[in-house]
Design a protein around this ligand. Structure first.
Ligand code: ADP
Ligand code: MG
Length: 711
C-alpha cells in the first residue's frame, strides 16, 4: 500500500492577514505608502477608522442655509466673477428654487475650472456656509458639475473621512478601504468576543460596516461624537486589547523573582523618630508596600498622593526595607532641584539610623563620580538618590532591591525600566519598583493606563494644613499685586513669583531653548521687582543656574533670609518651604491644570492661610477660563485631574511619552469610561477561557510590534 506523504491540513489563512496587493490598483508604490502608515493587510484597512463624516445623502435648499452649517447644495450658476484685486479669486453665485443665492469662492483654481462654470450650469457642492460680503458663501467647496437634465442620485450612506495617508489622495484611500471592506468575512471568522459578554452590542462585522458606511438614517450626531453603538462596540474591543496587553506584561514580569524584604524594624525606627505621626493614609500605604516587598515577586506599585501628602517619608520607609535586608535602594527624581531636596530629607532622616547615602547627578563628574560609582558598585552606599544620571551606563549596583521613581509622570516608561534593569544581583531576580506621582490619575485612567501595576493612594493631607485661597487676576492689576506682596512680606510671610514661558521657542529648538526663554523672563522680572520693592530681599532661581547656586538660593529661602523668590517652573515639583504662603503665577493661562496645581502645591504647606494669584493676560480662551475657574474652585487634586482629563484628553494628561495611550484609534478614555468595568470582565474571561482569542485581539488592535515596553 503506497504511503501518501502526510500533508498538513491547509492553514486556514485569515482573510484579515491578506496583503494589500490583492486590492485592484494597489501596486508596489502605493503599497509602500500604505505600509509607511503601518497599513499592510486587509485588517489594517478595516481598522483604519473614519475621523469625520460628510453627509451627501441629502440636499439643503439654499434659502434655508444657516451660517456654520456643513451641507450639500445644488443650484444653477447665476453669475461668475473672476477678480485679481489682492490675489486671484473666483466667485460663482448659484441659486436653486428656494430663492436663495450662495457664493462659491475659490482662491486657487485653474482656467479649466473657470470654463466649467457657465451661467445656467448645474452644480452640486459640499462645504461649510459662512457669512461673506454678500450673503452666505462656501470657500473651496468640493463640487461636481452635473449633466444639464440628468437626475443624479444622492449618496446612499454618509461619506467617511479618513486620516490622511501621505502620497495617497482621499479619493483613492476611500476606494482602497471600500475594496478591503468588500472582502470583510463573516462574524464566524471575525468575532472574538463571547456572545454573552457583548450582549446588547452589534457584532464586529456589523460595527465595522456601520462605522465605515453609516446608512443614511444613521444618527450623524452620535457618529460625530463617537457615541454611536457601533463605535462603542469598537471602542470596547480596543480598550480590551490594551488591557490584555498590559496584563500580559504583568504576568511576564511575575515570572521573575524578586528579593524578599521582610524586616520592618529599621523602617519602623524611622517612623518613630519622625517629629510627626504618620497620617492614617501614609501608614496604610506603607503597609501595602510592606506586604508587596515581603513576597518573592517583583512589586510594581504606583503611589498617588496629592502635593504635600507626604509621599517622601513613605518612600524612605520602603527604602529601609531594602537596607534592612542588606541590599540597596535607589530614588530617582526628574529634576536636580527635587533630587537635591530628597537628598537633604533622606540624609536628615536616615543618617541618624546609621544608613549610608550616595548622591549622583549629571554634574557629578570626574573623580567624584568615580568615587560615587565605586560606593554604589561595592554596596557601601545603601540608599542612592539622584537624577536621570542613575540610569546612565557605568552605574552598577551591588544589589539593587528597590527602585523608586518620584514624579513618575515626568519620566517615560522606558526610563523607569532602565532603572529597574540596573538589576538586583543574582540570577533571574529583579528589583521591586515603586513609582510615585503627585499628579493624581483619575480612576478611569488608572484602570486602563496602569492595568499592569498596583495602585495605592495617599488620600489624606497631614493635619493643620489650611486650603490655599486662589484668585485669578488680569495682568493689568499687577501694580496692586506688587503692593500686596510688600504688605505680606512686611508681616513675615514669604512669597514665590513664578515666571512661565512667555514665548514659545522656535520650531525645532529643544527644551534647552525653552529653559533659556524662561530664565530670561525670570531675570527681567527679578530686576523689575527689585526696583519696585527695594525693601525686600529678593532671590532668583532658574534652570540655567549652577546647581550649587540654586541650592544656596533655595537654602536661604528656606531659612527665611529671602522674602520673595522669583523662580521659573523648575520649582514645579516637590519643593518644600512651609513658611511660604503666597504664590503668584504669571501667564497662568498658558499652563495646564495639572501643572498649575503642582505649582500651587508649593504653598499651603504650613498652618498659615496661603494664597495663590493666577495672573493672566486677557482675553482668555474658553478652555483657559475653565482651567482658571477649576483652580479657583477646588484644591482637590483628583477633581482637578478629572477636569483636566475632560479638557485635554488622556494622551496629554499622562504626557506624550507615556505608554501608547495617546494612540488609541477610536477609544477615548474620558468618553468611554463607563465601558471599563466591562473591559475588565472581558479580559478576565478571555485570559482564562480563550487565550488564543485574547492574543488575536491584541494583535488586531495593537499589532505585533510591542508598543509598550515589556514591563
Ligand atoms: P509630597 O507628597 O508632595 O512629595 P512631601 O513628602 O514633600 O510631600 O511632604 C510634604 C511635607 O510634609 C514635608 O515637609 C514632610 O516632612 C511633611 N510631612 C510628611 N508627612 C507628614 C505628617 N504625617 N505630618 C506632618 N507633616 C508631614
Ligand atoms: Mg514629592
Amino acid at each position: 500500500m503506497a504511503r501518501r506523504a502526510a500533508r498538513p491540513a491547509p492553514a486556514l489563512a485569515a482573510v484579515g492577514d491578506t496583503p494589500l496587493a490583492v486590492l485592484p490598483g494597489c501596486g508596489p508604490k502605493l503599497a509602500e505608502k500604505l505600509a509607511a502608515r503601518g497599513l499592510t493587510t486587509l485588517q489594517g484597512l478595516w481598522l483604519q477608522l473614519p475621523r469625520q463624516y460628510e453627509d451627501r445623502t441629502r440636499l439643503v435648499p439654499i434659502g434655508l442655509l444657516r451660517p456654520g452649517e456643513t451641507v450639500q447644495v445644488e443650484g444653477r450658476v447665476q453669475a461668475v466673477q473672476r477678480g485679481f484685486r489682492y490675489r486671484p479669486v473666483l466667485k460663482v453665485a448659484i441659486a436653486d428654487d428656494s430663492r436663495g443665492t450662495l457664493v462659491l469662492r475659490f482662491f486657487h483654481f485653474r482656467s479649466a475650472q473657470v470654463n466649467q462654470f457657465r451661467v445656467g450650469t448645474r452644480v452640486r457642492a459640499y462645504g461649510t456656509a459662512r457669512p461673506g460680503q454678500a450673503g452666505l458663501e462656501i470657500v473651496h467647496p468640493s463640487y461636481r458639475v452635473l449633466e444639464d437634465d440628468g437626475s443624479e442620485g444622492l449618496g446612499e450612506s454618509l461619506d467617511p473621512v479618513y486620516p490622511a495617508v501621505e502620497g495617497i489622495g482621499p479619493v483613492s484611500l476611500r476606494r482602497f478601504i471600500a475594496a478591503a471592506l468588500d472582502r470583510l468575512p463573516g462574524d464566524d471568522e471575525l468575532e472574538l468576543l463571547p456572545a454573552p459578554l457583548r450582549a446588547g452590542m452589534p457584532s464586529l462585522r456589523e460595527a465595522l460596516l456601520t462605522v465605515h458606511r453609516p446608512p443614511r438614517e444613521a444618527d450623524l450626531g452620535a457618529l460625530l461624537a463617537g457615541t454611536h453603538p457601533a463605535q462603542r462596540r469598537l471602542a470596547l474591543e480596543e480598550l480590551l486589547a490594551h488591557n490584555i496587553s498590559l496584563r500580559r506584561q504583568r504576568i511576564a514580569r511575575q515570572a521573575h523573582a524578586a528579593p524578599v524584604l521582610g524586616q520592618p524594624s529599621l523602617a519602623l525606627a524611622l517612623r518613630d523618630s519622625l517629629p510627626f505621626p504618620l497620617t492614617g493614609a501614609q501608614q496604610r500605604v506603607f503597609d501595602e508596600l510592606r506586604a508587596d516587598l515581603s513576597r518573592p515577586l517583583p512589586m510594581l506599585r504606583l503611589v498617588q498622593g496629592d502635593v504635600g501628602s507626604g509621599k517622601t517619608v513613605v518612600a524612605a520607609m520602603a527604602a529601609l526595607m531594602a537596607v534592612a535586608d542588606g541590599r540597596q535602594a535607589a530614588l530617582m527624581a526628574p529634576t536636580e532641584l527635587l533630587a537635591e531636596q530628597h537628598m537633604a530629607s533622606l540624609s536628615a532622616w536616615l543618617e541618624p539610623l546609621g544608613v549610608r547615602l550616595a548622591w549622583l547627578a549629571g554634574k557629578v563628574t570626574g573623580r567624584a563620580r568615580a568615587a560615587v560609582l565605586g560606593r554604589i558598585a561595592s554596596g557601601e552606599a545603601q540608599v542612592v538618590v539622584g537624577t536621570h544620571a542613575l540610569m546612565q551606563e557605568g552605574v552598577e549596583f551591588a544589589s539593587l532591591a528597590l527602585a523608586i521613581v518620584d514624579e513618575q509622570h515626568r519620566f517615560g516608561v522606558h526610563q523607569r525600566l532602565a532603572l529597574r534593569d540596573k538589576g538586583a544581583a543574582g540570577g533571574d531576580s529583579v528589583p521591586h519598583q515603586l513609582v510615585m506621582t503627585a499628579t493624581p490619575i483619575p480612576r478611569t485612567l488608572a484602570m486602563s493606563a496602569y492595568a499592569d501595576l498596583d495602585v495605592s493612594v495617599i488620600d489624606e493631607l497631614p493635619p493643620g494644613r489650611t486650603p490655599v485661597r486662589t484668585v485669578a487676576l488680569a495682568q493689568s492689576r499687577r501694580p496692586e499685586l506688587v503692593e500686596r506682596i510688600r504688605g505680606a512680606c512686611a508681616q513675615g510671610r514669604q512669597a514665590y513669583w513664578v515666571c512661565t514661558l512667555i514665548d514659545e521657542p522656535e520650531e525645532g529648538e529643544g527644551p534647552a531653548a525653552a529653559m533659556k526663554i524662561e530664565a530670561q523672563a525670570a531675570q527681567t522680572t527679578f530686576e523689575q521687582l527689585s526696583t519696585q520693592l527695594p525693601q525686600l530681599r529678593i532671590g532668583l532661581v532658574h534652570g540655567r543656574m549652577k546647581p550649587g547656586e540654586k541650592q544656596s538660593v533655595m537654602a536661604q529661602f528656606k531659612a527665611g533670609r529671602i522674602d520673595l523668590l522669583v523662580a521659573t517652573t523648575v520649582i514645579e515639583v516637590g519643593v518644600d518651604v512651609p513658611n511660604a504662603s503666597l504664590m503668584i503665577i504669571e501667564n497662568a493661562e498658558r499652563l495646564g491644570l495639572a501643572q498649575l496645581h503642582q505649582l500651587r502645591g508649593r504653598v499651603g504647606r504650613g498652618s498659615e492661610e496661603s494664597s495663590c494669584v493666577l495672573l493672566y493676560r486677557a482675553p482668555l480662551s474658553q478652555t483657559a477660563r475653565l482651567r482658571l475657574e477649576t483652580l479657583r474652585e477646588s484644591n482637590d487634586g483628583f477633581l482637578i485631574a478629572e477636569r483636566d482629563l475632560e479638557l485635554r484628553g488622556p494622551g496629554e494628561v499622562l504626557g506624550t511619552r507615556q505608554t501608547g495611550l495617546a494612540e488609541f484609534r477610536l477609544a477615548d478614555l474620558a468618553r468611554d469610561a463607563d465601558l471599563l468595568p466591562r473591559v475588565q470582565q472581558l479580559a478576565d474571561a478571555l485570559l482564562e477561557q480563550d487565550p488564543a482569542a485574547a492574543d488575536r485581539i491584541v494583535a488586531r488592535w495593537i499589532g505585533g510590534a510591542v508598543r509598550f515596553a515589556a514591563a
